[in-house]
Design a protein around this ligand. Sequence first.
Ligand code: ADP
Ligand code: MG
Length: 258
Amino acid sequence: PLTTSATTSATTPTPAAPGVSVATRDVHLAFGSTRVLRGVDLDVAAASTACVIGPSGSGKSTLLRVVNRLLEPDRGDVLLAGRSVLGDNPDHLRQRVGMVFQHFNLFPHKSVRANITLGLTRLKGLSKDEAAERALHHLDRVGLAHKADARPGTLSGGQQQRVAIARALAMEPEVMLFDEATSALDPELVKGVLATMADLAAGGMTMLVVTHEMGFARSVAGQVLFMDHGRVVESGPPEQVFEAPESDRLRQFLSQVL
Ligand code: ADP
Ligand code: MG
């Protein structure tokens, strides 16, 4: 790890792309007759972190998928840096918006490094050497440069999730989405992943984080959004949402998770 970090930082001045603002305006989406998103408005300022909390089935994952256009809304708009992205090429948008899932979806038969270089050579057009160098740089950022040659299966779940984060970061996104990134991890592995996410937030990334980790939301989020039945029912700074919830639904939710 010593040599790789020294080499990569000396030769790869890969500044993280500065985070840009994300917003949705009156986003609606139904699966058949099930209205899953029913007018979602959110504003995440550039370089800030918003945490989305809410009961299972409230539409949190669907909302993230609309933001990076894995799903198209029936109505409404998604804006990055104040500009609508719904007319853009979805593949291009997905390079601007990185996403980390509960299950890391790494390719098991490829090395950690190859998991990261694949997108860089195929989508970003980097040469093999450039891609390998950039992969090491981002592995170093998550403390895993020494695992570059390992197969994902030999890593802990927490390490695999940090590789997934490095893979997303290597695409130099302007926004990062996290969908319950620590929910599948053994309890002792959660902290390391949350620390990586907190570092990223402190580094100026814009982050929209669906999480059950209320401690993370309190300490890292500038804004907490409570979703229920496809709407943002309440939002505000963490101290307000956690200490002075206004709606019965939020009070009830908090009494179950805190
Ligand atoms: P959350 O992430 O808050 O648990 P989701 O966004 O995953 O909620 O799901 C919200 C609702 O939409 C749920 O009732 C779920 O069953 C439904 N849903 C999600 N994805 C699909 C789909 N592809 N087809 C049909 N229904 C779906
Ligand atoms: Mg979900």
